[in-house]
Design a protein around this ligand. Structure first.
Ligand code: UDP
Length: 248
């Protein structure tokens, strides 16, 4: 498996199929594994915050969620085969899991959204086994209860949609006590599966412009995108540093 290093974050190079196979291997092993889908904002944040960098580099699998990460990998001389958005990887896992009898726990998104997402996914994948559902706005007391519920329901895969980097920190903190083989942050995927938010048309996804579509759909995201030019500049700095160090 190829690897890329971007602003200190290790990213694995896999196709969607290979990523699903690798996660299937984690489930067979049975020990806890964290899966991170890395985008440019998260990589830039990790570049500034060692705590987040530690979480990302301790994960069992880190895949490139966004076009920015693929661009950065190319700029820095690495080759990653394709973009693996969390929403696509999680759906591919559910497709495979519904044939293999894997149980999924859904945690995150606003009250009602997660249930609607579960109903729509069940309509699409009738054999999908959902071990439990919890929305992402629980009180600290309810969160304690959630940990108990997840442990009791013994899912194979826990999908956590609390947004980044909250979900990555949450998983890293709680995974050891949950007894779940695979936990993966899925951002706003429950909003997509419920039908509340739509994906960008495929041609925009191919051109690496899904972020622009999301910005039009949810203008409140604008403040997150200020990290993008900073990410691009940091990658260019890293490229110059690498060139000075490794090239004649
Ligand atoms: N969310 C949540 N609890 C929180 C904060 C956010 O469940 O305390 C959910 C929110 O409702 C949405 C998702 O987390 O479903 C964040 O979606 P976004 O598209 O912003 O994810 P990101 O782009 O950060 O991965």
């Amino acid at each position: 498996m190829s690897e890329a290093w971007i602003l200190g974050c290790r990213v694995h190079g896999l196709t969607l199929r290979e990523a699903v196979e690798r996660i299937a291997g984690f489930i067979e092993e049975g020990t806890p594994h964290q899966v991170v889908t890395l985008n440019a904002e998260m990589a830039y944040l990790a570049h500034r915050h060692p705590d987040l960098l530690r979480v990302i580099n301790s994960a069992s699998l880190v895949v490139p969620d966004g076009a920015g990460i693929l661009w950065a990998a190319r700029r820095l001389g690495f080759a990653l085969p394709e973009r693996l958005p969390g929403v696509d990887l999680a759906l591919a896992l559910m497709e495979k899991g519904s044939l293999r009898g894997w149980r999924f726990y859904f945690y995150g998104a606003a009250p009602g959204v997660t249930e609607r997402a579960a109903l729509k996914l069940k309509a699409r994948l009738p054999r999908l086994e959902i071990a439990g559902i919890s929305h992402g706005y629980l009180s600290p007391l309810e969160e304690g209860d959630l940990l108990h519920r997840i442990r009791e329901s013994r899912p194979h895969v826990l999908l956590v949609g609390l947004g980044s980097p909250k979900q990555e920190f949450w998983i890293a903190r709680h995974l050891p006590e949950l007894g779940v083989p695979v936990a993966m942050g899925v951002g706003g995927s429950f909003d997509v599966w419920s039908g509340d938010v739509s994906r960008a048309p495929v041609f925009l996804q191919r051109w690496g412009l899904e972020w622009l579509y999301r910005l039009f759909q949810q203008p409140r995201r604008l403040k997150r995108y200020v990290a993008l030019p900073l990410f691009l500049a940091a990658v260019e700095r890293e490229r110059r540093w690498k060139k000075g160090r490794y090239l004649p």
